[in-house]
Design a protein around this ligand. Structure first.
Ligand SMILES: Cc1ncc(COP(=O)(O)O)c(C=O)c1O
Length: 401
């Protein structure tokens, strides 16, 4: 992987901020977009603006073809079969579709962890409050890693779903999906993984790992903002209840009922973001061309240096295990507000990172942390940028402490 040639595909990297180049280390939130994605998005508006499926004119036919082609690219990305990937607006929507479609009843068990992003926590808290489901949170260890033995002790015959963060957005660690699937399936439960931070950075194979549902975001994998997807095994999606219904989700309507549409349209309610889908497919194709194994290796190299560099700075208290698993991690500095560090990095060095709780409010509370700073790197970030970040961070922490 050559980050210098990759950088040429990203027009925004030519931009100057305060008259100088910038360093973008906020990729776990949203990644930058290559020209290929921008062209795919604008192509819908400049070449064939129309809705899919409904009208029969030339533009509509092309939009239908493109929308279907986009699905094929997303299926290929995670090794799913035709019809098993639903195009959505984000990862959160995917998790909510499963949470509300499973028809969970009072007392049904759902197991998550204390490390979850709010997107894979609040839907279960809501079902606990509204329906009385039995939601259990498995504590991760002191480095934020999920011990599979502890998971196995918690999942039981009452568990209907095990829903876990695949790659953490604060520690960068990835769970063993195959083991998690075995634990769930041995107890007659299903496994859903929140792969918002996995699909953009690691090869993902839903079939090889026995994953039942997988939700992820498009905007964190070079795709347009407000795009995402949900994978589900065909038979499970066929059984899953509809959450959002209306146009496109039905074949016919016979009050008081309706005939449910085939997959994936059963879950793609209303007119879709065709430009977004085309852009997301272009992003998937871009990543597959690079090779997700190469992306993973490159990020691991950056991640190792990030961990080593952070650990060498006085006052930095880093989350996550000893060894890096990816190029993202959150850290705190005693007595210094995380937002102050992020603000000074931005204003004095044009380095963009995220600060706060990163939608892991509960995990931060378990760690007694008000907030953390999170650098998250991606394919266009360079070793030189990382060195500059570490140098500036050291100076800023000295100044603020
Ligand atoms: C681990 C994880 N899960 C879920 C989400 C939510 O993703 P989206 O905004 O696409 O719904 C995020 C976003 O930060 C995330 O990092």
């Amino acid at each position: 992987m050559d980050p210098e040639s990759i950088r040429k595909d990203f027009p925004i990297l030519q931009k100057k901020v305060r008259g100088k180049p910038f360093i973008y280390f906020d990729n776990s939130c949203v990644t930058l977009k290559p020209q290929q994605v921008i062209d795919a998005v604008t192509g819908y508006y400049t070449d064939h603006t129309a809705c899919h499926g409904r009208s029969i004119h030339a533009f509509a036919a092309e939009t239908t073809r493109e929308f279907e082609r986009s699905h094929r690219s997303l299926e290929k990305l995670v090794h799913a079969k035709k019809g098993e990937v639903i195009f959505l607006k984000n990862c959160t929507e995917g998790i909510n579709i499963v949470a509300n479609g499973l028809d969970l009843k009072e007392g049904d068990g759902v197991v998550t962890t204390t490390l979850e992003h709010n997107s894979n926590l609040v839907p279960w808290l809501k079902l606990q409050r509204d329906k009385g489901i039995d939601h259990k949170m498995v504590s991760v260890d002191e480095t934020g890693v999920l011990d599979m033995d502890v998971l196995a002790e918690t999942v039981d015959k009452n568990t209907k779903l095990v829903s876990l963060v695949y790659t953490s957005n604060v520690t960068g660690t990835t769970i063993n999906a195959k083991e998690a699937a075995k634990i769930a399936h041995d107890n007659g439960a299903l496994l859903m993984l929140d792969a918002a931070q996995t699909v953009p950075h690691h090869p993902v194979d839903v079939k090889r790992n026995g994953i039942d549902f997988l939700a992820w975001s498009g905007h964190k994998m070079l795709g347009p903002s407000g795009t995402g997807a949900l994978y589900g095994k065909k038979d499970l999606l066929e059984k899953l209840g509809q959450f959002i219904v209306g146009g496109e989700t039905v074949k016919d309507v016979r009050p008081p009922g309706w005939d449910v549409e085939d997959l994936p349209m059963k879950f793609e309610a209303g007119l879709q973001d065709y430009a977004g889908a085309a852009g997301l497919a272009a992003a998937a194709e871009y990543l597959m061309r690079l090779g997700l194994d190469k992306v993973e290796q490159y990020e691991l190299k950056l991640g190792k240096r990030l961990y080593e560099g952070l650990d060498a700075i006085d006052g930095v208290d880093r989350l996550g295990p000893k060894e890096a698993e990816s190029a993202l991690v959150a850290f705190s500095v005693k007595g210094v507000d995380s937002h102050d560090i992020a603000m000074v990095l931005d204003e004095s060095a044009n380095i963009f990172v995220r600060s706060g709780q990163h939608c892991t409010h509960y995990y931060h509370r378990t760690q007694g942390l008000k907030g953390t700073v999170r650098p998250s790197l991606y394919i266009y970030n360079t070793a030189e940028e990382l060195e500059l970040f570490l140098e500036k961070l050291g100076e800023i922490i000295k100044m603020l402490s």
